[in-house]
Design a protein around this ligand. Sequence first.
Ligand code: ZN
Length: 133
Amino acid sequence: MIKKVSHIGIAVNSIDEALKLYTGALGLKLKGIEVVPDQKVRVAIIPVGNARIELLESTDPEGPIAKHIKNRGEGLHHVALEVEGIEGMLEALEKKEVPLVDRKPRIGAEGARIAFLHPKATKALVELLEPAE
Ligand code: ZN
């Protein structure tokens, strides 16, 4: 079951640089910065109402965010939907032949379980996210 938009992921070259705008000019508050080794990424979490913006900076020149920026420049990377029962949802989507990047959840920022749907189906990269308890 999909509950809400969890976050918008934005690929940036430098979190420090991007934060000047988001927490400076826009006046949002930084909740924290976390490294997610599995995704080779550093994530700045910025709450906005009951959702948040995540600024994504690559920790590795071969990581997915570095490749995204090389191909398309900085900007919108993915939209994340908060769900309940992520394993069951992935099984159901596979049965409906929805193309998936991840058949099993991986661990994302704050210990959430995450899985990406393939953008050839969703048109933009969509992440399903089930928060840690
Ligand atoms: Zn995300």
